[in-house]
Design a protein around this ligand. Structure first.
Ligand code: S3P
Length: 430
């Protein structure tokens, strides 16, 4: 299924779907379940390639993890029960796995080696290696720890005060995991807020963490206890169908059980500002992560500017927002998004290159892109470049293109949304 031909059906997208579980929360449920004491049962776990890589790594660290279509059960025995792996830990395509796992391994008195695929090999690791070394972990890697493979020999960590130089939840989380196992109180200063799933999960597993404005405090030597986690639907996956519902003529789509954590909902603000026909109904029964149902329908859209503190709240949605902007009246400017350059691909390059092939008026800038809307897109051969979010953005583009769109490297989509084409077909026939 690596080369897919897609055609517009022109009947619109209609119906109701529940997008799969949140990727960030699924990863963290395995990590916390593995370092906690007792059984953790996770429902609506995302069975995408990235989260399966996390399970495989923790099994290599000696954790018993049972997994079927309905649930994942982790039999945690506490941090100190993790064992030196006999084999290399392979994170596949997953940046979240390698960065957070490096934080956990930094607190453990044994040796481990981490590798990933060719995309992981290009992604910067200094951002986690530097603070973890400061805490006392011995970490080495290619070009002095800039890139994978990484090798870690942890243990005896000291708490630190660390100001995050990049707005990254992965870096914050790696330090929090290490901080849970360090001597003293670790303080992280987060100049711009990023997703707070790790903080919420520490509390869910019975741990303590506090926040005062931009400062986060976590005490070391905490004991966590296993719990049940129901993973909300992933707003980053929902984003593809939120945009599809707005730009495909004659559409109305409802997405159920979508995570509405305010550190992730930047896309909803953008849709609102651009004039999308959208209704949001929040569930009031949630305790751990907020969720709700979002309904969108075909909309007349106008361009907008996206910059500043909202960027981390929608960083993974920028590829699909770029497609949205091609269908809006006027100009959309995306700024302050340098981080796009170090995602699964350089997403400024891959978004601009692929949308240009379809005839969009889009231009790369140093920290984002400028899109002038209102141009009809024409189908042709395009490429995901092995990046799941670029692949899904192009598959949604196919729904509004004139003629046939051929998507190369479509299989990357299974990294975060294995049932994507099933859902797209269901909505096309809805
Ligand atoms: C993630 C954080 C973000 C995001 C990634 C998942 C997480 O990365 O892009 O897909 O689960 O913490 P950064 O924190 O590096 O920006």
């Amino acid at each position: 299924m690596d080369l897919i031909t897609l055609n517009t059906k022109n009947r619109g997208l209609k119906g109701e779907i529940a997008v799969p579980g949140d990727k960030s929360i699924s990863h963290r449920s395995i990590m916390f379940g593995s370092i906690a004491n007792g059984k953790t049962t996770v429902t609506n776990f995302l069975l995408g390639d990235d989260c399966l890589s996390t399970i495989a790594c923790f099994r290599k660290l000696g954790v018993l993890i049972e997994q079927n279509e309905k649930e994942v059960v982790i039999h945690g025995k506490g941090m100190e029960a993790l064992q030196e792996p006999k084999d290399i830990l392979d994170v596949g395509n997953s940046g979240t796995t390698i960065r957070l796992l490096t934080g956990i391994l930094s607190g453990l008195p044994f040796h481990s080696t981490l590798i990933g695929d060719s995309s992981i090999g290009k992604r910067p690791m200094t951002r986690v290696v530097a603070p973890l070394r400061e805490m006392g972990a011995k970490i080495d890697g290619r070009e002095d720890g800039k890139y994978t493979p990484l090798s870690v020999r942890g243990g005896n960590l000291q708490s630190i005060t660390y100001r995050l130089p990049v707005a990254s939840a992965q870096v914050k989380s790696a330090i929090l995991f290490a901080g849970l196992n360090a001597d003293g109180v670790t303080k992280i200063i987060e100049p711009v807020p990023t997703r707070d799933h790790t903080e919420r999960m520490i509390q869910r597993f019975g741990g303590e963490i506090s926040r005062k404005d931009k400062e986060i405090f976590v005490e070391g030597a905490q004991k966590l206890s296993g719990t049940d986690i129901h993973v909300p639907g992933d707003i980053s996956s929902a984003a593809f169908f939120l945009v599809a519902g707005c730009i495909v003529p004659n559409s109305k789509i409802s997405l159920n059980n979508v995570g509405l954590n305010p550190t992730r909902t930047g896309i909803l603000d953008v849709l609102h500002n651009m004039g999308a026909c959208m209704e949001i109904h929040k569930n009031d029964t949630d305790v751990f992560e907020p969720t709700g149902t979002i309904t969108v329908s075909t909309s007349d859209l106008k361009g907008t500017t996206i910059e500043g503190e909202i960027i981390p709240k929608l960083i993974d949605e920028i590829p699909i927002i770029a497609l949205l902007a091609t269908q809006a009246e006027g100009e959309t400017v995306i700024k302050d998004a340098h981080e796009l350059k170090v995602k699964e691909t350089n997403r400024i390059d891959t978004v601009v290159t692929e949308l240009k092939k379809l005839g969009a008026d889009i231009q790369a800038t140093e920290d984002g892109m400028i899109i002038r809307g209102g141009k009809k897109l024409i189908g042709t051969k395009v490429d995901s470049h092995g990046d799941h979010r670029i692949g899904m953005m192009l598959a949604i583009a196919a729904q509004i293109c004139e003629g046939e769109l051929i998507l190369q490297n479509a299989k990357a989509i299974s990294v975060s949304y294995p049932s994507f084409f099933e859902h797209l077909n269901a909505l096309s026939n809805g």
